[in-house]
Design a protein around this ligand. Structure first.
Ligand code: FES
Length: 514
């Protein structure tokens, strides 16, 4: 599996394993960066260029997580709009955020130019459109907020998406790229300058010993001076788990009968909103449309999310067929801004970067800038804006799921359990279900060959009950977004341990659960 789900994304053919890279037997570094998505690779690239010896530790392969599932819109505006930022943080901080967005766009385009990265980068105009009166009011406020921070949005009668709307504004100087080609390009420069990477290795914790950090991994300990968690939520139990809520978003890559692919970025103002753009790979163009976001674990029949999205897009575009469909995870921060900086409650020199909403390419790039400045100089112009320790009264945010809400006992596989499960389950092939066995929920998936895969349903992070995700064939935890494959392997942290197998594979094979 090359990304964190069963469905293939448009970008995946670009993923390859580096394996142990050039890490060899060396176990001490200046900086360890865990996670090889855009945040980890950009941060490592930046710090290696500043003369530090860096090691990227990636649990799977580069781009395995959200960077492999993003739609890679490069914007100077965010899901949390500037009018909301002005209201919640004040005009000066909102202006600083706008400055940060422009800087991130410049960093990306400069990297592409300086290192000749071929990543299908193209400048695009963005369009925001309202489909009814309520959305028009939101759009008016958004445009006014953007004006105040110096981000130009102008009403226009151009409508490249052809979606009937009450008002449309254009935003110049946006862009798009192929996310995996971009991080591969950066990674290659990083490795050329001596940077190292190990894949298939998970960081499980960190301890301060004397004046250095000891990072524990599934392949042994590494000593370093600084550790960056570029993994969305860091493992363990920390305040970031209460300040971010995991969400999933759905994406379709569509062939259009009329070949009328819009050469622009587009967004409506529904909650959740739909987003659109086109991309050409090897001469094949697709319309990429996304939306139908929901909190992770809230919907089991995720096929319905794809159907709803397709039905919606079908109203406006002449769809020939769905070429790709996939979903991806992102984290909503409590107050609209990401958390980038020192991880509260951890030893000094341990950093995190999370809570990007749907703006991962820009915030991932900004995280690299902010963290490399903090590590190099102890300061950053964005230090306070993104500080993970900031205290901001948050109205309306609720990471609604209680932790440890369920009491789990570890199950022992025996013949009584087999009999009981046989009675309770009635699984079709390729179906997953939680089954109540003597007061404990067991996660059972019956594969296409009729083999049952039986797991405890207690998430190994903080013991919430996982939920079945029918399309990505995964067990998703609604509390902090850990996700597990059908055999319990970790697809997404913060969990660092697999879901426990209830029986042995042989036990599972001889089970016939209907
Ligand atoms: Fe935290 Fe599952 S309990 S991710």
């Amino acid at each position: 599996m090359k990304r964190d789900g069963a469905l293939e994304s448009l970008w995946q053919s670009e993923v390859e394993m580096y394996g142990d890279g050039s890490a060899g037997q060396k176990t001490d570094y200046d900086i360890v960066i865990t996670g090889a998505g855009i945040t980890g690779v950009s941060t490592a690239f930046s710090l290696q260029n500043k003369g530090f010896e860096c090691l990227i530790v990636e649990a799977s392969n580069i781009g395995f997580g959200t960077t492999g599932g993003t739609t890679a819109h490069l914007n100077n505006f965010f899901d949390a709009s500037y009018d909301e930022m002005i209201r919640d943080f004040g005009l000066e901080k909102a202006k600083l955020l706008a400055h940060a967005a422009r800087e991130a766009l410049e960093i990306i385009s400069q990297n592409i130019t300086d290192y000749g990265i071929e990543c299908d980068y193209s400048a695009r105009t963005g369009y925001l459109f309202s489909l009814d009166e309520e959305q028009e009011k939101i759009l008016d406020d958004l445009v006014e907020g953007s004006r105040q921070v110096g981000i130009g949005m102008n009403e226009t009668d151009k409508n490249p998406f052809g979606i009937p709307c009450t008002k449309i504004v254009e935003i110049p100087d946006q862009a798009q790229f192929h996310p995996l080609k971009y991080i591969k390009g950066l990674l290659s420069e990083y490795m050329n300058s001596g940077g190292m990477i190990v894949e298939g290795c998970r960081v499980t914790g960190v301890e301060k010993k004397e004046n250095h950090l000891v990072v524990s991994t599934t392949k042994g300990n590494i000593v370093c001076n600084h550790l960056v968690y570029a993994t969305h939520l860091p493992p363990g139990k920390n305040i970031m788990h209460f300040r971010n809520a995991p969400y999933r978003s759905y994406v379709l890559a569509l062939k259009l009968k009329n070949n009328n692919y819009p050469q622009a970025l587009g967004y409506d103002l529904f909650e959740p909103y739909h987003y659109y753009r086109s991309h050409t790979i090897d001469g094949e163009e697709d319309l990429i449309a996304g939306g139908e976001d929901h909190k992770t674990g809230d919907i089991e029949n995720t096929d319905e999310c794809f159907e709803k999205l397709k039905d919606y897009v079908d109203q406006y575009f002449d769809i020939e067929r769905v070429a790709y469909k996939w979903s991806s995870q992102f984290y909503e921060p409590a107050d609209g801004l990401p958390y980038i900086g020192h991880l509260p409650g951890s030893p000094e020199n341990v950093y995190c970067a999370t809570g990007y909403s749907g703006n991962g390419m820009i915030f991932g790039t900004l995280a690299a800038k902010t963290l490399s400045d903090l590590i190099t100089t102890g300061d950053s112009m964005y230090k306070d804006l993104f500080a993970p320790s900031r205290v901001k009264p948050v109205a309306g945010f609720s990471n609604v799921v209680k932790e440890g809400a369920d009491v789990f006992k570890h199950l022992v596989f025996d013949k009584f359990m087999v009999e009981r499960l046989q009675t309770l389950a009635n699984l079709e092939k390729d179906e997953g279900k939680l089954i109540n066995y003597e007061g404990s929920l067991v996660a059972v998936y019956k594969d296409r060959n009729g083999i049952n895969h039986i797991l405890e349903s207690a998430c190994t992070h903080l013991q919430c009950t996982v939920k079945w995700n029918r399309e990505e064939k995964s067990w998703d935890c609604p509390c902090h977004g850990s996700r597990f494959g059908i055999d319990g392997e970790i697809l997404t942290g913060p969990a660092v341990k697999k879901l426990k197998n209830v029986g042995t594979p042989e036990d599972s094979e001889r089970l016939d659960l209907g």
